[in-house]
Design a protein around this ligand. Structure first.
Ligand code: C5P
Length: 224
C-alpha cells in the first residue's frame, strides 16, 4: 500500500488527535500533533513573560526555541519537547489554552511551525492534525478530513479529558475557551481555520471512536 499524507483539520476538541492516533497506529504511520507546537511556543512566551502583542520580542524568542518530539516513555504518543524539556503536561493547562490562539495568529510563529511541519512530512506516511494542515501545510495531501462536532459535546469531552489528567477546571471555563479559540482561529488574517475544498467532512457528534476510525479507514482505502 502506498504511503500518503493524511491531513486532519477542524474545530477545537472535536477528536482530531484521537482519530489521528488511531489512524497512525492502524497504518503504522507517524502522528504529528501540530497544535502541540503552538502550545509549546506559547508556554515559552508565558515563562519568559513575553506578550504576544510584542511581535519583535516574539520573533527574537523564536530564535531561542527548539521544538522536537520524543517517544512517550509509557509507549503512547510522542511527547512535545521545548528546548529538550518534556512539556507534554504543562502545554495542556488552561493558561496555555487561553493564550495559544493569539500566539498562533502571529505570522512569524506560523512560518516557524509550518516549516518544521513540512520537513516532518517529507517522507509521507504521516497523519497530522491542526487547523491549516490541508489548506497551507500540505495542500497536496492525498487525504484531507475536516472534523466537526456539536459544541456542547466537544466541551464535555474536553472537560472529562482534563479532569482525567487531574487538572482543576470547570465545564463553563472549558466551554468558553473552546468558543474563544474557534472564533480566533476562524477569523485570524493568516491561515484561518477553513475546510479545504477537497476535504471530506466528518461530524462525529454521534459517533464512537471505533465508528470514526472505520469511516476514516474507508477514506484511506480509496486513496491508496
Ligand atoms: O490542536 P490544539 O487544540 O492543541 O491547538 C491549540 C491551538 O493552536 C489552536 O486553538 C490554534 O489556535 C492553534 N493551531 C493552529 N494551527 C494548527 C494547530 C493548532 O493555529 N495547525
Amino acid at each position: 500500500m502506498k504511503k500518503i499524507i493524511i491531513a486532519i483539520d477542524g474545530y477545537s476538541s472535536c477528536g482530531k488527535s484521537t482519530l489521528a492516533r488511531q489512524l497512525a497506529r492502524e497504518l503504522h504511520y507517524t502522528y504529528l500533533d501540530s497544535g502541540a507546537m503552538y502550545r509549546a511556543i506559547t508556554l515559552y512566551l508565558i515563562r519568559e513573560k513575553i506578550s504576544p502583542e510584542d511581535e519583535k520580542a516574539v520573533e527574537q524568542a523564536l530564535r531561542q526555541i527548539t521544538l522536537s518530539f520524543v517517544p512517550d516513555p509509557a509507549g503512547g504518543t510522542a511527547h512535545m519537547c521545548l528546548n529538550g524539556e518534556d512539556v507534554e503536561h504543562p502545554i495542556r493547562d488552561m493558561e496555555v489554552a487561553g493564550k495559544v490562539s493569539a500566539v498562533a495568529a502571529i505570522g512569524a510563529v506560523r512560518r516557524f511551525a509550518v516549516a518544521q511541519q513540512q520537513r516532518m512530512g517529507r517522507d509521507k506516511g504521516i497523519v497530522m492534525d491542526g487547523r491549516d494542515i490541508g489548506t497551507v501545510v500540505f495542500p497536496d495531501a492525498e487525504l484531507k478530513l475536516f472534523m466537526t462536532a456539536d459544541p456542547e459535546v466537544r466541551a464535555l469531552r474536553r472537560y472529562k479529558e482534563l479532569k482525567a489528567k487531574n487538572l482543576s477546571v470547570t465545564l463553563e471555563a472549558v466551554r468558553e475557551n473552546l468558543r474563544q479559540r474557534d472564533h480566533l482561529d476562524e477569523t485570524r488574517a493568516i491561515s484561518p481555520l477553513r475546510k479545504a475544498p477537497d476535504a471530506v467532512v466528518l461530524d462525529n457528534s454521534h459517533m464512537t471512536a471505533a465508528e470514526q476510525l472505520v469511516f476514516a479507514l474507508n477514506q484511506v482505502a480509496e486513496k491508496c
